[in-house]
Design a protein around this ligand. Structure first.
Ligand code: ADP
Length: 300
């Protein structure tokens, strides 16, 4: 696995506010890497540091396994703030101006417009664009020069559901083109739907980092009830692989170590021990509740 970005114990203070506390993780090539956390958790600060806009107080980071240089950062397409486009100029003309400012050629402007699906509207004035189209033009401006890495801060902020879906499919398309994408978001849903990897921040602390499939898995458990819950709990304590039993209002929750057994196995097990279940249900704990629990336990 090739490493695109490696952060090592990054700490940042704003006066007495500690915005980042020894944050470290690795972004592999080809990842869509989500930096997830509530507002104020340090996401923008983190992106600002790796893009060389802000300085950390301690810790370091490497792009492409090399010490940071100005030139290197030019090879990273970055959207930390919404760019100022000229309202009365077309989308295409705006990109030509951006390319000129960055001393890049105009050769790839049409390709970039195509990638963000703005070809049909490339000659329309910027102020006739929807919010989603404006955001796609902003992303297009990062794609000039064909950078292999893209960094976006809250790319769907302020967009309606249709606009959010457009950006999501654009991000997937960019990943398919082989780009590594790092994006900050406070929306669990966004990260879950589009990202392959995640780092969860809370008040500047890294709670966890890794593959989304491992870090944000849905957790299954079984809900069951019978006339005598104490007896049910006792009998089920001998069930292979049972990790935890929680007493709820009128029923029990059974959590298992690895795979959750089939309901029919549980039903048969209880029946053979003389217990008739009057309630049996497979439930999934939502990612939402897992995320809330993760961020809550840290603040206590
Ligand atoms: P996020 O992007 O997750 O919303 P930020 O990186 O913007 O978080 O902020 C992290 C913390 O640092 C917050 O407590 C915020 O108030 C503080 N902070 C951010 N920028 C500044 C600044 N320029 N001066 C002082 N405090 C700041």
């Amino acid at each position: 696995m090739e490493t695109i970005l490696k952060l090592n114990r990054i700490t940042k203070f704003y006066g007495r506010i500690r915005a980042l506390n020894e944050v470290g993780f690795v972004v592999p090539r080809g990842a869509i890497f989500g930096v997830l956390g509530p507002n104020g958790s340090g996401k923008t600060t983190l992106l600002g540091i790796v893009m060389g806009v802000l300085r950390s107080n301690s810790g370091d980071f490497n792009w492409f396994d090399l010490p940071p240089t100005h030139l290197q950062r030019q090879q990273i397409g970055c959207l930390l703030e919404t760019p100022n486009f000229y309202h009365y100029l077309s989308g295409k003309r705006n990109l030509e101006i951006v390319a000129q400012i960055r001393q890049r050629g105009h050769a790839d402007i049409d390709a970039v417009l195509d990638l963000v699906r703005l070809t049909e509207r490339k000659d329309s004035k910027f102020n006739t664009y929807s919010l989603g189209m404006k955001q796609r033009l902003a992303i297009a401006s990062c794609l000039l020069g064909n950078p292999s890495v893209l960094v976006f801060d809250e790319p769907t902020n302020g967009l309606d559901p249709a606009g959010i879906a457009e950006i999501r499919s654009l991000i997937r398309r960019l990943a398919e083109e082989g780009k590594t994408i790092i994006l900050a978001s406070h929306l669990l849903d966004e990260v879950e739907k589009v990202c392959t990897h995640v780092a969860i921040l809370q008040r500047g602390n890294l709670l966890t980092a890794g593959r989304v499939s491992e870090k944000l898995v849905n957790e299954e458990f079984v809900e069951a009830g019978s006339e005598d819950l104490t007896q049910l709990s006792q009998i089920m304590s001998a069930f292979p692989g049972l990790k935890e039993t929680k007493k709820m209002d009128g029923h029990l929750e059974f959590h298992f170590q690895d795979d959750t057994p089939r309901l029919s196995e549980i039903n048969l097990f209880c029946y053979q021990k003389g217990i008739i279940l009057n309630h049996l249900l497979l439930r999934k704990r939502s990612l939402e509740s897992k995320f809330i629990e993760l961020t809550k336990s840290e603040s206590n």
